[in-house]
Design a protein around this ligand. Structure first.
Ligand code: SIN
Ligand code: FE2
Length: 217
């Protein structure tokens, strides 16, 4: 691993926005590291290509997904779960790059969650028009561990709601390099992403990619 990149993954937010007692948006936190992370996503998704999974209700998601880490989040008609193997290839998910782990840990720590060691990274690719409906992240065993979410590429409107699906949500525009961390009392807040608007990002082109780092097991 390139030592300069690792040092850079120490990350400094350009500014911080608090969305709740356990939630912050670290603006521009990924900084220069975003390009290296995007390059790594290219390598990882050669091994475990993006695919549009099916929900338990039988709908195909508009977001295409892949994973890296010891386990990966999957959905199919049998339900949502973490799986040690890519169901498409039968092989283990690609290992999580040290750079990812480092970025996630420094972001968690900046948000007040010490010693975060993610074992799963869900990689979401949103084409223009793709969206994610409101949901809770609740398939992880230890809910004292936060979720760390990095946005790359085209901007997205992130909806951050409350503990009930019907609670009002705040709208936060997330752009390239922004990191959101939520945990503690906010760990089970509903969240989603509005349909991505057409655009062209200098690095990613006409798409948005979001990485969420989790301690799943
Ligand atoms: C997710 O909730 O898994 C993704 C959130 C995002 O794309 O910002
Ligand atoms: Fe989520």
């Amino acid at each position: 691993m390139n030592a300069d990149l690792l040092a850079d993954a120490g990350g400094t937010a350009r500014w911080v926005e608090r969305l709740g007692p356990g939630t912050v948006v670290l603006r521009g936190f990924a900084g220069e590291t975003a390009a290296a992370i995007w390059a790594a996503v290219g390598r990882l998704t050669k091994l475990a290509p993006f695919r549009q999974m099916q929900t338990p209700g039988g709908f195909r998601m508009s977001v295409a997904m892949s994973n890296c880490g010891e386990v990966g989040w999957v959905t199919d008609p049998a339900g949502y779960r973490y799986a040690e193997r890519d169901p498409d290839s039968g092989r283990p998910w690609p290992a999580m790059p040290e750079l990812f782990r480092q970025l996630a840990a420094t972001a968690a720590s900046a948000a007040g969650f010490a010693d975060f060691v993610p074992d799963a990274c869900l990689i979401n690719r949103y084409a223009v028009g793709a969206r994610m409906s409101r949901h809770q992240d609740r398939d992880e065993r230890d809910l004292t561990q936060p979720i760390v979410s990095l946005s790359l590429g085209l901007p997205a409107v992130f909806l951050f709601g409350g503990g009930q699906r019907s609670d009002a949500a705040v709208r936060v525009t997330l752009t390239h390099g922004d990191v959101v961390v939520w945990g503690g009392p906010d760990r089970l807040r509903y969240h989603g992403v509005l349909a991505i608007k057409p655009g062209e990002h200098p690095l990613l082109g006409a798409c948005r990619v979001n990485l969420t780092f989790r301690k799943a097991r």
